[in-house]
Design a protein around this ligand. Structure first.
Ligand SMILES: NC(=O)c1ccc[n+]([C@@H]2O[C@H](COP(=O)([O-])OP(=O)(O)OC[C@H]3O[C@@H](n4cnc5c(N)ncnc54)[C@H](OP(=O)(O)O)[C@@H]3O)[C@@H](O)[C@H]2O)c1
Length: 313
């Protein structure tokens, strides 16, 4: 098995604040430093995370380490939303480069597809950006199998970022084979279901009133009892293995044949706990029980839903 540092990356969404309430700047900085010290070299951000502030803080902190960790050692990935015209892609990339304090991106993702747009001219322009050297590889995120197949005929796609968790197994089930067929690396996001699988949030009321996670689907009446069942099994298996529910959920995500799991830690203690979990191997009996409760929850979700935000794009 490759070392932890090759199997996990740091997700930098929360460092932008916004969706993530009360994110402390010093906590973000300490988390980035702790990740680097632990050997993590893959950093994942997006233009929309805190309106550029996640890119900014990530870039600034990585630059502070530049005497010891060179740019070549790092994988910097960011994401853009499709702008009104393809010609606007290059200026957007240049904006990300400035914020990330670098002169190239290792991975540029299209963050979400856009049903109101023809993707062909956008991906043709993205291919031109590859030729400029500003971008080393292209990825897509939150794409359906049909859309991924479509854009593969417009440009080379090397990365596919998707939710991979017990809360949301369907993206991997739907996209896994096509990624393997086209040698596309699968990058797993939200392995803890945005924190829900830690068990801290059995009910929406457990969140602060302004926390937007309280609107996530498991808190709807239709899903609540299957969600609780999943949390109970996680707790029971964690107890049996003398670990935490978060560790079990992370170990499950890491065992799904993905290229890399993005850790969403918001603080150094969370990162340290997440990293300890990376050493955990789940026994077959645990895997089977988790699979059953995860599938039972998934079975309630209409086929038409293709992302855990129930976002219509
Ligand atoms: N492409 C996309 O559309 C997309 C979407 C989502 C995420 N992503 C990427 O994937 C990364 C990871 O996703 P995510 O942030 O949703 O990850 P996640 O691991 O599913 O959830 C992260 C949240 O879980 C809680 N947590 C983390 N470690 C914990 C621990 N040891 N114990 C208890 N709670 C813990 C924290 O929230 P609290 O402390 O608040 O509970 C944390 O913010 C993001 O940063 C982003 O880079 C991409």
């Amino acid at each position: 098995m490759p070392p932890t540092s090759d199997r996990f990356g740091l997700g930098c969404w929360s460092f932008g604040g916004g969706y993530w309430l009360d994110q402390d700047r010093q906590d973000s900085i300490r988390t980035i430093h702790a990740a680097l010290r632990a050997g993590i070299r893959h950093f994942d951000t997006a233009q929309s995370y805190g309106n550029g502030s996640s890119e900014q803080i990530t870039g600034q902190q990585l630059r502070r380490f530049s005497p010891t960790i060179t740019r070549r050692d790092l994988t910097l990935a960011t994401k853009i939303l499709l702008p009104p015209s393809p010609a606007q892609l290059k200026p957007l990339v240049e904006l990300s480069l400035r914020r990330l304090c670098t002169d190239y991106l290792d991975i540029l993702y299209v963050h979400w597809p856009d049903s109101a747009k023809n993707h062909r001219p956008y991906f043709s322009e993205l291919q031109r950006l590859l030729e400029t050297g500003l971008v080393r590889a292209l990825g897509v995120s939150n794409f359906t199998p049909e859309l991924l197949t479509e854009v593969l005929s417009y440009a080379p796609i090397n990365y596919c970022q998707m939710p991979v968790s017990l809360l949301w197994p369907r993206s991997l089930a739907r996209l896994g084979q096509i990624c393997r067929d086209h040698t596309i690396a699968i990058i797993a996001y939200s392995p803890l279901g945005m924190g829900l699988l830690s068990g801290k949030y059995p009910k929406a009321e457990a969140f602060k009133p302004q926390d937007r996670r309280r609107t996530l689907f498991p808190f709807q009446e239709r899903y609540a009892s299957r969600y609780h069942q999943l949390l109970q099994v996680l707790e029971r298996e964690a107890e049996m293995l003398k670990t935490t529910a978060s560790a079990v959920a992370l170990a499950w995500a890491a065992s799904q044949g993905v290229s890399l799991v993005l850790l969403g830690a918001r603080s150094r203690p969370q990162l340290e706990e997440d990293l300890r979990a990376t050493e955990l191997t789940l026994p077959d009996s645990t895997m089977q029980k988790l699979q059953e409760v995860s599938q039972a929850l998934d079975a309630l979700i209409p086929d038409s839903e293709d992302n855990p935000f129930f976002h219509r794009w």
